[in-house]
Design a protein around this ligand. Structure first.
Ligand code: UDX
Length: 446
């Protein structure tokens, strides 16, 4: 099928490359000429394992091309995926103006019947508004092409985006149009021939809500285990063992129960804010989700509290952050805990050093006052404390003796619980983790 992907960022470019892998004729469109130039020259504008190979496979087979022209993108395609950004506005609502612009462009430039598919995460009822925009634009321009809207949310994780798209747990399609449903069935037929997974067909608003509810629930799991970790700190229990004990229950499962600095990234923080905002606008006060957000924010403050307790004054001290990206496998700094910590430490007069294997080039742009170091031990040299922010392999490979020898003060705050407490302390490190005791402690009296 001839398919357009509007917006070739983390979601759109992966979607476009995978659609080409499935044999479709794909055109990727973006209004950022630099991004299009990079793609046309064989580059990929961000770090995502396996993506460059897949993009270049599609391009060399003549199945994937890029344009910055919306007419070019929407000319005689049957399906157009909307993969534009929906960044948070002040107050938490998502900025859906880029989605609206795609609806207007489709109404004014589609040359034939089109299925317009929401792939970006959008709040419930966005599809209704998108349809309204299209109807109004077509009433104005007299266009008679049929444009049906559908929701087909992405469930990809950065760092594993190609894998997650080629091997989804499920495909969700929400639409009230049988034509759109049939078109999307054809889009996914090559995938379903290769990969067995549930294909869930529902209505538009239900599909939109599946996406928001999924991300909100994953964020809830993280804040839940982080709240348990705070209790573990008080009673001397080990949150990693608590999580393991919980995870053996098949109704709970072992995934997404890693305590630490909490969630960052371009999705969970934005989607939790958007869901809270949407719920409030619908007259439901989603306090559970507000508490998920509060717990997550508190994990970052908790690290600062430990640093203040250890260092007395943060002013004039050198603090090393091991890892900057919001998680390993990506160079994405959006809502990264390390960024938040760096900003707060700089504001309190600390000298901040950061190590990261792939994200430093972006860090220099957004935090020029930070000292970027491309070796983890060199970044610790003569620092007064080190904080593990991202569990890169290069960080988890560090040994207690190396850290104690490099640091001016042997203080390590393990924000991702990657080291063994006993080994660290045996190496002379003042070691702090999240919900993990140094040694087996008895229940402390309150
Ligand atoms: C997430 C969802 O997983 C994905 O399905 C959705 O499509 C987009 O949002 P992503 O944000 O890329 O994907 O990364 P993910 O692996 O989910 O991690 C999100 C954040 O949670 C990271 O900061 C990670 O460090 C943190 N996390 C994850 C934890 O703190 N503990 C965990 O157990 C798991």
């Amino acid at each position: 099928m001839r398919v357009a992907v509007i917006g070739v960022g983390h979601v759109g470019l992966v979607t476009a490359a995978c659609l080409a892998r499935w044999g479709h004729q794909v055109i990727g469109m973006d209004d950022d000429p630099d991004k299009i130039a990079t793609l046309r020259s064989g580059g990929v504008p961000f770090h995502e394992p396996g993506l460059a190979e897949l993009v270049n496979e599609g391009r060399s087979q003549g199945r994937l091309r890029f344009t910055d022209d919306v007419d070019d993108a929407l000319a005689d395609v049957a399906v157009a995926f909307v993969c534009v950004g929906t960044p948070s506005l002040p107050g938490g609502a998502p900025n859906l103006s880029f989605v609206e612009r795609v609806g207007q462009a489709a109404a004014n430039h589609a040359t034939g019947d089109l299925v317009l598919v929401e792939k970006s995460t959008v709040p419930a009822n966005t599809g209704v508004r998108l349809t309204q925009v299209i109807v109004r634009e077509q009433a104005r321009n007299g266009s008679s092409v049929s444009i049906d809207v559908a929701s087909n949310p992405e469930f990809l994780r950065e760092g594993q985006a190609v894998h997650d798209t080629l091997h989804p747990d499920r495909v969700v399609v929400g639409t009230d149009s049988e034509r759109a449903a049939a078109a999307l069935r054809d889009v996914y037929a090559p995938l379903l021939e290769r990969h067995d997974c549930p294909y869930l067909r529902t209505d538009l608003v239900t599909a939109e809500l599946i996406k928001h509810a999924s991300n909100a629930f994953l964020a809830t799991r993280i804040s839940f285990i982080n709240a348990i970790a705070r209790i573990c700190d008080q009673v001397g229990a080990d949150v990693a063992v608590v999580a393991e004990g919980m995870g053996h229950d098949h109704r709970i499962g072992a995934h997404f129960l890693r305590a630490g600095l909490g969630y960052g990234g371009s999705c969970f923080p934005k989607d939790v804010d958007a869901f809270i905002h949407l719920s409030r606008s619908l007259g439901y006060d989603f306090r559970l989700l507000e508490e998920v957000r509060r717990v997550n924010d508190a994990m970052r403050e908790h690290i600062l509290e430990i640093l203040r307790a250890e260092l007395w004054h943060l002013e004039g001290k050198t603090v090393t952050l091991l890892g900057a990206a919001f998680k390993p496998g990506t160079d994405d700094l959006r809502n990264a805990p390390a960024l938040w910590l760096a900003e707060r430490l700089l504001a309190e007069g600390s000298h901040v050093r950061v190590y990261d294997p792939v994200a430093l080039v972006h860090l220099k742009t957004c935090l020029p006052d930070v000292e970027c170091v491309d070796d983890p031990l060199a970044a610790c040299r003569d620092a007064h404390a080190a904080v593990v922010c991202t569990e890169w392999d290069q960080v988890t490979a560090l040994r207690g003796q190396q850290l104690a020898a490099a640091l001016a003060y042997p203080i390590v705050i393990d924000g991702r619980n990657v080291f063994d407490p006993e080994t660290m302390r045996a190496a002379g490190v003042h070691y702090h983790a999240i919900g993990r005791p140094a040694t087996k402690a008895t229940l402390r009296r309150p």
